[in-house]
Design a binder for this molecule. Structure first.
Ligand code: SF4
Ligand code: SF4
Length: 466
């Protein structure tokens, strides 16, 4: 990689790159459309969970410390799954970079997608109000602020009921946390996509610094075929003899030095200077040059995704490269582990806290009672109450403080907690099998109160007189 040239630095002051048509422009537009569609529309998908549960298919419920994804529900204890997803994403990024350089940066990175959107707004403003006029500048700001607000709203929609969000936003009924989310996202979008733009890629993002370690001689990166293009020269000059032209002392290569590749580049890179840190691999310069070559009646792909070996030949090895095999295998293992983790997700969690001060209470009829605090959380589709019984302590009875029976009602938030009392009658004490210290292991059996199906077992201890 080479340092940015003075021309590249000057390009950063260029307001808006020229628009371009072509294959990579179309791919960029389709990918951006899909990603923006996902970002703005997914929160609007409904999913009936019954009761007071959120009716949003995908939602980060921060106050409830849950994440809903259609029929799945994730809790903080599922953090290893999130870490697994992050590892999978990182491996996918490494793999894509090894194969095709910075395709993530050029096509899918949010900074690229939003900057592209803002460029479109700028061009529209120039077209409506006249390029460089004060009215165009004002109109640009209108677009910037409008798009930023929309982004802030779209981001907040992942954390709350989106159907009521506009009303709460306009009516002042938004929590300070959500209001702050909208405000911060609006401000950062305005600053990063409206003002900073490619400066984020050039100066703030650490990824370009790492990615060079992943590139090898077979990685496809945007490359200018200098062997064919040089010496560059004006169109009127004769073409080199080996390219089919008349040749001569002033003969030029295929590059007519029109600067179109440079003018369309969103990061202000002249790819003819070689692979540079500023190049995000978006392919727009390929489209621009192909257009020029087409008009000149010359073959396209003077600039192309190619390996370090040059535009011709194409990469020698694409798949059997060690790095690709390692990343591919690591991704497979991660996917298998994630699949196993998803299947093994605990549907019911039980928190049983013995109240050991004192460890047991002797009642007036001689029976012995232990108190516990039981909390049950679940993510089953239908579970209104659990019935609790004790195994391993013959004769013991179970009673909750609230229901005064062995049943714990679970709320609409799929959780319930209450004081649990396990009582051993006087006449069962001798045969209960308490050890010399007066305690005995027990198993709390939780069943679905409606169906009688066992849903969880929890180990604990019962304490009595030594
Ligand atoms: S040099 Fe070409 S591929 Fe690289 S960022 Fe500029 S336009 Fe995109
Ligand atoms: S667009 Fe093609 S012909 Fe024009 S300057 Fe760039 S490489 Fe040369």
């Amino acid at each position: 990689m080479v340092a940015l040239s003075a021309r590249d630095k000057a390009a950063r002051r260029r307001p808006v790159p020229l628009p371009v048509k072509g294959r990579y422009r179309r791919i960029k537009t389709v990918v951006a459309g899909l990603l923006l569609g996902l970002f703005f529309l997914v929160p609007w998908i409904r999913w009936d969970r019954g009761g007071d549960m959120p009716g949003q298919a995908v939602m980060f419920d921060v106050p409830g410390r849950r994440f809903f994804f259609f029929g799945l529900e994730f809790w903080p204890q599922d953090l290893p799954l999130v870490l697994g997803l992050m590892v999978l994403g990182a491996l996918g990024l490494f793999l894509a970079t090894t194969i095709s350089g910075r395709v993530w940066c050029g096509f899918t990175c949010p900074q690229t997608v939003w900057t592209d959107l803002f460029f479109t707004g700028d061009r529209l403003a120039d077209r409506i109000a006249g390029k460089g006029t004060p009215a165009a500048k004002a109109l640009r700001q209108v677009f910037w602020i409008g798009l930023s607000l929309l982004t802030g709203f779209g981001f907040a929609a992942w954390f709350t009921d989106v159907t009521t969000l506009p009303g709460r936003l306009l009516g002042g009924g938004l929590s300070s946390g959500l209001f702050g989310t909208v405000a911060v996202l609006t401000a950062t979008t305005w600053a990063l996509a409206g003002y900073a733009r490619e400066r984020v890629c050039l100066h703030m993002c650490p990824w370009p610094r790492f990615q060079s370690a992943l590139l090898d001689a077979d990685t496809l990166v945007v490359t200018y075929d200098s062997g064919r293009g040089e010496p560059r020269g004006k169109k009127r000059l004769p073409l080199r003899a080996d390219l089919g032209g008349p040749g001569g002392d002033t003969a030029r290569g295929d590059c007519v030095d029109c600067n179109k590749c440079f003018a369309v580049c969103p990061t202000g890179v002249d790819i003819r200077d070689g692979l540079q840190m500023g190049c995000i691999g978006c392919g727009l310069c390929i489209d621009a040059c192909d257009d020029v070559m087409g008009k000149l009646g010359r073959p396209g792909r003077l600039i192309d995704f190619a390996s370090e070996a040059g535009v011709v030949p194409k990469p020698r090895r694409l798949l059997p490269r060690p790095k690709i095999l390692i990343f591919g295998a690591a991704m497979m293992v991660t996917i298998a582990l994630l699949g196993y983790g998803l299947l093994a997700v605990q549907k019911v969690t039980v928190d049983l806290q013995p109240q050991r001060n004192p460890p047991f209470v002797r009642l007036s009829d001689g029976s012995v009672r232990n108190d516990y605090l039981l909390r049950v959380d679940h993510r089953l589709p239908a579970l209104a109450a659990v019935a609790v019984s004790v195994a391993g302590l013959p004769g013991a009875t179970v009673r909750f403080g609230e229901s005064e029976g062995p049943t714990l009602a679970l709320g609409e938030d799929r959780s319930g907690s209450d004081r649990l009392m396990i009582t051993l009658p006087r006449n069962a004490l001798d045969t209960a099998g308490l050890d010399a210290d007066g305690h005995k292991p027990i198993i709390l059996v939780l069943t679905n109160a409606a169906t009688g199906r066992v849903i969880e077992r929890e180990n604990s201890y019962f304490w009595g007189p030594p």
